[in-house]
Design a protein around this ligand. Structure first.
Ligand SMILES: Cc1cc2nc3c(=O)[nH]c(=O)nc-3n(C[C@H](O)[C@H](O)[C@H](O)COP(=O)(O)OP(=O)(O)OC[C@H]3O[C@@H](n4cnc5c(N)ncnc54)[C@H](O)[C@@H]3O)c2cc1C
Ligand SMILES: NC(=O)c1ccc[n+]([C@@H]2O[C@H](COP(=O)([O-])OP(=O)(O)OC[C@H]3O[C@@H](n4cnc5c(N)ncnc54)[C@H](OP(=O)(O)O)[C@@H]3O)[C@@H](O)[C@H]2O)c1
Ligand SMILES: Cc1cc2nc3c(=O)[nH]c(=O)nc-3n(C[C@H](O)[C@H](O)[C@H](O)COP(=O)(O)O)c2cc1C
Length: 538
């Protein structure tokens, strides 16, 4: 087909540039053949990078890989599984699926409806025309449920006839390297060439998990008062000079250190030389003592008798890299410029008379001094965002440290003068000692920033009163808010609280909304699809 000349001869381009531009414009405008060497959108291989993600790892990876795939010439897009139907896989044809696992071997929230539609009796789609591969994100500490969601999706897609082009890869917490190998293999196979090279390179700029910002600790205040059985800290870091920003709903990654006393007792129990040089997980060497304080996980060694004749080399080889911990951000930058705040429960417990303390929470509560720095990075949580329409009502369920993102949300709603109503459910053990952020919350109620507050202090009376007790007591008002389009958020304990709150939500929709159990399930599924039900649970 003849190329239609679009760039005039007198335009300031060389003849090669003119020919290329003419070809490009002709291709784009569908008026002629594409430029030599440039592929039109029709020729590009479609590629869907679908993600199931709770706290954002799989989501950011999927988006990064979609950008990289576009640079390699694919017509690539990233999409959450909550926005997809199995039929979409047939349309996109080439599918890379990345999913994490949550709870105890469960699908992340945004993958539940997709998983259900893959398993509908009698109406399971045939996926023979789909080529796919699965990358499963997980954590080996979860044992039998390691990467279970990814494993289930992988085998179900195969059962439905989809063709696996690269074997599933199961990743532990450090997933970057494996993800890179997996995606390179998949891109190469899908592009039908072993020489596929990226035309655009992903840039690493500024601070990130790989290059954390050394932030000084600004404050550390106990939010519980004398007599409490808990120790919950309000922690503030300075971001001055970092250029870093975050959005409310995001989490903060914190690099931490093991307790030196714990490390010393482990070294003594093994009769090792604390100054002996050992290798570090990411290369290089350090003294054994420094390596155990800053670089290796040692929790699993606590209370365990050392094995006889363990050499220092095999001792070190068995250790896992010390991981940073995530905390929900408890502040809005609009209220606290160049600062980030957290609400951290210090983990302290005993088993068989042996006292244990959580690595990160007690590092923050007890061992990091004011002014001292530790490495921080931001973890984007696009699934946990305030409504962009400021007039929408918001319901927040945040017992214990679950209050953290809601302090940030309310600060943000106040700073943006959002007109929508705000309803907070907070609970903890005792009103007198455990009413976290009492003064700020009371002030918000007085000013009307907080439209309604329901508290549930579980140990102020004989029977347990929990946040879901209060939700059920307020069924008809809660249903009314939902019908007005309220966004419903839950943060805190995943194992018990979040499940019970979910059950209470279903019950309220059934009773106050006069729906059957199936209708309530469909109502909740629609809320999730509309991004009106979001959870930040751990
Ligand atoms: C997205 C996200 C957001 C989070 N936000 C917050 C937050 O806002 N505030 C907050 O405090 N935490 C939050 N967490 C949890 C936080 O990341 C840490 O997991 C928590 O502080 C414990 O870490 P640690 O290093 O102190 O404890 P670790 O050293 O990791 O020890 C914790 C482990 O100790 C064991 N353990 C704990 N208690 C007991 C017990 N009573 N009996 C027996 N074993 C026990 C369990 O195996 C547990 O996994 C969040 C987690 C995620 C993933
Ligand atoms: N996945 C985890 O490992 C995990 C998650 C969250 C918290 N924690 C640990 O728990 C400690 C404190 O955490 P936290 O301050 O966030 O508070 P929390 O332990 O979650 O407790 C906050 C409030 O929730 C209540 N609660 C207990 N079971 C509940 C349920 N099924 N439904 C609703 N509410 C329930 C508690 O009551 P009672 O205590 O009186 O029953 C308390 O009043 C920390 O040591 C933290 O590490 C662990
Ligand atoms: C509360 C909680 C439960 C988890 N449960 C599992 C599990 O059962 N199996 C597993 O392999 N990983 C589990 N993980 C680890 C996550 O899958 C892992 O952190 C993953 O990188 C999260 O990715 P996401 O941010 O995309 O959701 C769990 C993590 C948390 C915080």
């Amino acid at each position: 087909m003849k190329i239609v000349p679009l760039i005039p001869d007198n335009a300031p381009f060389s003849s090669e540039q003119r020919a290329w531009l003419n070809g490009f414009l002709a291709g784009v405008l569908n008026r002629g053949a594409p430029a030599p060497g440039s592929a039109s959108m029709e020729e590009k291989q479609p590629l869907l990078i679908a993600y199931g993600s709770q706290s954002g790892n799989a989501e950011s990876l999927a988006k990064r890989l979609a950008r990289e795939a576009s640079g390699r010439g694919f017509a690539a897009r990233a999409a959450g599984l909550d926005s997809l139907q199995p039929a979409d896989l047939i349309k996109d044809k080439n599918v890379l699926l990345i999913t994490s696992t949550w709870g105890e071997g469960e699908m992340p929230d945004n993958a539940i409806s997709f998983w259900d539609s893959l398993n509908q009796n009698g109406s399971s789609p045939k996926l023979d025309s789909v080529q796919y591969s699965v990358l499963a994100l997980g954590d080996m500490n979860y044992g039998d449920t390691f990467c279970l969601a990814g494993k289930k999706l992988d085998s179900r897609l195969a059962e439905l006839g989809a063709k696996r082009i690269v074997d599933r890869v199961d990743c532990d917490v450090e997933f970057d390297d494996l993800a890179k190998k997996w995606s390179s293999a998949a891109f190469t196979i899908l592009s039908g060439s072993s020489a596929a090279t990226p035309t655009a390179k992903a840039e690493e700029t500024g601070y990130s998990k790989k290059k954390p910002f050394p932030a000084p600790l600004l404050s550390n205040n106990n939010l519980n008062t004398a007599g409490s059985s808990k120790d919950t800290r309000h922690i503030a870091f300075s971001l001055k000079g970092s250029g870093l920003t975050y959005e409310v709903g995001d989490a903060l990654g914190v690099f931490v250190q093991n307790c030196p006393d714990v490390v010393d007792s482990i070294i003594a129990a093994h009769s090792f030389d604390p100054e002996a040089a050992v290798s570090l997980p990411d290369g290089g060497t350090a003294s054994l003592r420094e390596a155990l304080i800053k670089h290796y996980e040692v929790r699993q060694l606590l209370g365990k008798a050392p094995e006889a004749d363990t050499s220092l080399t095999s001792f070190i080889e068995d250790l896992r890299k010390l991981q940073p911990r995530l905390y929900s951000i408890a502040s809005s930058l609009k209220a606290h410029a160049e600062e980030v705040h957290l609400c951290v429960a210090a983990v302290r417990y005993s088993t068989d008379g042996v006292a244990h303390k959580g690595v990160a929470s007690t590092f923050l509560a007890d061992r990091l001094s004011l002014g001292e720095t530790t490495g921080l990075y931001f973890h984007t949580a696009n699934h946990f965002r305030l409504p962009t329409d400021l007039s929408k009502p918001v319901i927040m369920i945040g017992p214990g440290t679950g209050i953290a993102p809601f302090r940030a949300f309310i600060e943000e709603r106040e700073a943006t003068a959002a007109s929508g109503k705000n309803w907070l459910f907070f609970g903890d053990q005792k009103r007198a000692t455990d009413f976290l952020y009492h003064d700020q919350i009371t002030e918000w109620l007085k000013k009307g920033t907080l439209t309604r507050l329901d508290t549930a202090f579980s140990r102020d009376q004989e029977e347990k009163i929990y946040v879901q007790t209060r939700m059920l007591q307020a069924s008809s008002e809660l249903w009314q808010w939902l019908e007005e389009g309220a966004h419903f958020y839950v943060c805190g304990d995943a194992k018990r609280m979040a499940k019970d709150v979910d059950a209470a939500l279903h019950e309220i929709i059934q009773t106050a909304g006069s729906k059957t159990a199936d209708e309530a399930t469909a109502y909740v599924a629609q809320m999730k699809k509309d991004k009106r039900y979001a959870r930040d649970v751990y």
